[in-house]
Design a protein around this ligand. Sequence first.
Ligand code: 13P
Ligand code: 13P
Ligand code: MG
Ligand code: MG
Length: 375
Amino acid sequence: MGERITLSVIKADIGGWVGHSSVHPRLLEKAEECLSQSKDLVDFHVTHVGDDLNLIMTHRLGTDNEKIHKLAFDTFLECTKIAKEMKLYGAGQDLLSDAFSGNVKGMGPGVAEMEFEERPSEPVIVFMADKTEPGAWNFPLYKMFADPFNTIGLVIDPKMHDGFVFEVIDLIENKKILFSLPEEMYDMLVFVGAPGRFCIKSVYDKKGNIAATSSTQKLNFLAGKYVGKDDPVCIVRCQSGLPAVGEVLEPFANPHLVSGWMRGSHSGPLMPVSVDQSNPTRFDGPPRVVALGFQLAQGKLIGPQDFFADPAYDKARATANKIANYMRRLGPFEPHRLNLDEMEYTTMPLVMEKLKERFVPVDEEEDEAAAAKEE
Ligand code: 13P
Ligand code: 13P
Ligand code: MG
Ligand code: MG
C-alpha cells in the first residue's frame, strides 16, 4: 500500500463573468500563480464550473488543515482583487468575511476533502456543479453506491457485494447519522429523498475506507437569513471494490431535477457538460455538472479527463434541455419555482405587509352571525 494522501477540493464564487455565467481567465491564471507558490501542495489543478472557481489540490497535511485552507482563502482574496477591479458580478460573493479564522468552512467557500492510502492504482472523479446545492448529489450517490440497476458491481463483484455505509447530515438540526446499505435502504431513502434538508456527506466501504465525500456543510445563516445556495463539489474514488468509473458516471445519463437555477429559487434538470460548456445561460441555467477524472500517482494529479465532453452524454443534454423547456413554461408556479421555504429570494414578507389589512377571515360573515347569536 502507498502513502497517505489528502485530496482537497475548495471552491468559491468570487465574481461572475458575465453575470453569474462564468469565471474570467485572469482569475484562473491568478489562482494558478498563487497555488504554484505553495510548498505544501504535492499537485493542483485550477478549473471552474460556471461562475465557481475550483481549486483541486493534493497534499500530505490531512483534512481540515489550517495551512491548506488559508492557502485557498488567500487565493480567493487575491482573485477577488482582480474581480473587483474588473467589476465582475458579485465580486467576493462567497467570502462572507475577509478575516480568515482557521478553516474556510462556514466562511462561504465549499469544501470536499478526503485522506486515504493511495492504492496501487487510484482513479478519482471530481464532480463540480453550478446553480444548485449539495443535496443535488443525493440521487447520483445513491445510484452509484446502492442501486444495482445502476451499478452492476453491487451484484457481481465479490468486493462490492456487502454494500456501503452512508453518512447523512440533517442540515437544519445540524446532526448526522450512518446508514448501512442495502440493509437500511428503505430507512435512508425516507431522508435523502428530501435533499433540501438531508444530504449525503460521505460514503464508506464496510471496512471503513472512504469512497466518496461532498461539500455538504452546515447551512450559511447570516443574520438569521439563509445566504446563498452553495454550488457543490463531490469527490468519488473508483474501481477495485468501488464502483467502476462508468458506474460512477452513469447516474448523470438521466438528468434529475435539482434546486437552484435562476436566483437559486427554481427546480430544473442537472445537465452533464464539459468544462467548456459549463457556462449557464438560459434563465441562468439549466444547472450544470462537470466530471473531471484523475489517476493519482504519488499524489500527482494525472489528468484531467473531462468525462462529460463525451458524445455519449449528448442524449442526456438533449433530455435536460427538453425538461428545461417544459419546466420554464410553468413560469412563477411551483414546482418550477421552489416552495416558499426553499427560495433564496422572496418578496413575500413585503407584499404580505402591504396587503395585510386586506386579508380578512374567510368565514367572517358566519363568525359575525355566530357572535350575534351568542349575544
Ligand atoms: P475493477 O474490479 O478492477 O475495478 O474492474 C471493474 C471494471 O473496470 C469493469 O468496468
Ligand atoms: P450563483 O449561485 O451561481 O452565483 O447563481 C446565483 C443566481 O442568482 C443565478 O441566477
Ligand atoms: Mg454567482
Ligand atoms: Mg455558481
